[in-house]
Design a protein around this ligand. Structure first.
Ligand code: ATP
Ligand code: MG
Length: 419
């Protein structure tokens, strides 16, 4: 049996990368006072149609939706922000604190054409800073994304940023953009044609070369931004500069989801063969109210974990796993004593691996050699009778038999393990 197309097992030899990512991110997010939140993977379909918007790819083509036994319309979440906004409202989080700094990590589902770095079940880590309309919040979240990527030694990325203004400014711009593109209606790609009257901003995102050529002379949203939008954006840029966070203003950058306003940004991998977005984010001041909550602004981002790990691993030299001690026993008394040894190793934080076979010493030692082993801890009849234990150092090619009661001290001295 195979996994469903576009889904993958994450195997034990890959999981180290995931655990590292979680641990490093957790440290940084703790420092910045962000709190983890876990929401259900299934949500009412309406949450996403209302929140993300009817004219987006996610809603039109990519949703995993189904009707359950009680005739409810259910969707496997395609992204995190709408669920967090829902949780913020349904748990009345606004009552506990003016500002909610939240983060999440988990699987998302989108029915897309699978390819390298694009799956149908993929994972995101994301943050949301809810409750502030200060551009300082925009800067904080961008800074955190940058620090996490730095900490994980993510190579060659570029932060692109834009302001897509507020709704009023965008409506004005949309009309101007439609007027411009209408002149080239028959030359643009089919997808863009479909979007012309429903979601013209998304045409700016088109990958079609011909459409991009036409867009070269298209009017820019920056021309339609009013004082407040302009000042906010300038402040964000000024502070990024101050923080020495490299960024690039991309006037064509719009985000795929309807709920964004003002700051929008993406972090893009610069590798020539595979230019994919690692992180997408921005400000969403109307989402929470649109979903029935109090008028509350927010800003956040999501990083695609698979894409990030692919990128990190391209640059990573093989790190060897930490070696452990291999416990070898023979005879029923030795097997019982193994539990006492394990207890000692456990309380002293020394990593081990218990051989579960009843095969000969030689065979067990052979297996120890295949595993990532520092040395073998051997308990046989002789050791039991004399209250000793034999340590066979596999890399140094020698063995010693010592008093069993000295084992921990011995291991600590020999392998320089600090208590
Ligand atoms: P793209 O343009 O590549 O489809 P997107 O704009 O749809 O990306 P977002 O909705 O902004 O992506 O999601 C944030 C991040 O999640 C992306 O930058 C990417 O790293 C990751 N991501 C999105 N869709 C997928 C997918 N199908 N498989 C793997 N990662 C994904
Ligand atoms: Mg997409």
């Amino acid at each position: 049996m195979q996994t469903i197309r576009g889904t993958k097992d994450i195997l034990p030899n890959e999981i180290q990368d995931w655990q590292k990512l979680y641990t490093e991110a957790l440290k940084i997010l703790n420092l910045y006072n962000y709190h983890e939140i876990r929401t259900p993977i299934i949500e009412p379909t309406e949450l996403f149609t209302k929140g993300i918007g009817h004219t987006t790819d996610i809603i039109n083509k990519e949703m995993y939706s189904f009707i359950d036994q009680s005739n409810r319309n259910i969707t496997l979440r395609p992204e995190g922000t709408a669920s967090i906004a829902r949780a913020f409202i349904s748990n009345k989080l606004y009552k506990t604190s003016n500002i909610q700094r939240l983060w999440y990590m988990g699987p998302m589902f989108r029915y897309e054409r699978p390819q390298n770095g694009r799956q149908r079940q993929f994972h995101q880590i994301g943050i949301e800073c809810i409750g502030s309309n200060s551009p300082m919040a925009d800067i904080e979240v961008i800074k955190i994304a940058h620090i996490i990527l730095q900490k994980l030694k993510c190579p060659k990325y570029k932060i692109e940023i834009n302001s897509i203004g507020n709704q009023k400014e965008r409506e004005k711009y949309k009309q101007v953009l439609i007027n411009y593109i209408e002149k080239y209606k028959d030359e643009i790609d089919i997808d863009s044609k479909k979007r012309l009257y429903t979601n013209p901003l998304r045409i700016l995102d088109s990958k079609n070369i011909n459409t991009q050529k036409i867009l070269k002379d298209a009017p820019c949203i920056s021309q339609y931004l009013e004082k407040e939008s302009k000042e906010n954006f300038e402040l964000v840029c000024e502070h990024l500069h101050l923080l020495k966070i490299p960024y690039l203003v991309n006037r064509r950058l719009v985000r795929g989801l309807d709920y964004y306003n003002y700051t929008a940004f993406e972090i893009i991998n610069q590798n020539l063969d595979n230019k994919q977005t690692i992180c997408g984010g921005g400000r969403y001041d109307n989402l929470i109210q649109k979903l029935g909550g109090p008028n509350t602004p927010g800003v956040g981002w999501a990083i695609g974990i698979e894409r990030l790990i692919l990128l990190i691993n391209k640059n990573k030299k093989n790190i060897s796993k930490e070696a452990r001690f291999y416990i070898i026993t023979q005879g029923s008394k030795a097997k019982k004593k193994a539990w006492d040894l394990i207890h000692l190793l456990e309380i002293n934080n020394i990593k081990f691996h218990l051989d579960l076979s009843s095969s000969s010493f030689q065979k067990q030692i052979k297996k120890a050699n295949k595993n990532n082993t520092k040395g073998c801890l051997i308990l046989g009849d002789q050791e039991i009778d004399n209250n000793t234990i034999t340590i066979k150092w596999l890399h140094e090619y020698y063995q010693e038999t010592i008093l069993y009661t000295n084992i921990i001290k011995y291991l600590q001295i020999k392998s320089k393990i600090q208590i």
